[in-house]
Write a protein that binds this ligand. Sequence first.
Ligand code: ATP
Length: 245
Amino acid sequence: MPLLSVNNIEVIYDDVILVLKGLSLEVEEGQIVSVLGANGAGKTTTLKAISGLLKTEEGEVTDGSIIFDGDKINGLEAEDIVKKGIFQVMEGRRVFEDLTVRENLVAAAHTQKCSRSELDDRIDHVYSYFPRLKEREAGLAGYLSGGEQQMLVIGRGMMAKPKLMMLDEPSLGLSPLLVGEIFEIIVKLNKELGTTILLVEQNARMALNIADHGYIMENGKIVLDDTTEKLKNNEDVKQFYLGMT
Ligand code: ATP
């Protein structure tokens, strides 16, 4: 049984706008799975449907089901979905700008009953992945560079110790060097910690290089899915996503 299975879901915003039109995908435990697609295809909506965050935007899953770790999760509150082990790293590096780096990390563990020493261990673990965050731990998160803020949001995700981490466009707006660094960290999280990853990316080349399996999304539906090895050799993927003719 896959860790996550999204079965034929339909999502409607504001009671009228149909955005996901029978979307299905599966994520096996231990895999990195990537969802690619043009702007507006519905990638972010898919992640929000899974994490329960649609509700905050007047969106609703009106058909289909989402099963995680054997349980149906569509309909649950976002906070309960986090407790079940899913964490969504949202697009746009959302940190608490007026809190310090360390306070941002502490706040991310709030859904879990975590002893003081466990909390310190988790923070040290995040710092072992991101030494730059340790150097700036007492500074306000709002003063971090874009790349450092992206590290902090991933660090916040690590604090929740999720079984499934979902990342929405982690490379957005970062220099090529930092993109490489962030992708290395994603692979490390997967290989060292065993965190299953669901990744939404515009940077198709990077995403296909690190993922095991890929889904191509168009207009609210999956139109193609395969192992990334096969997708990299697919003529349409080469032309439309990898810019090769
Ligand atoms: P991008 O790559 O540009 O982030 P995406 O594939 O992630 O795009 P979504 O953000 O999921 O796409 O948006 C899919 C469609 O749903 C778009 O047409 C968008 O305008 C619409 N949409 C998204 N959020 C809302 C909302 N809160 N209310 C109404 N419509 C929305």
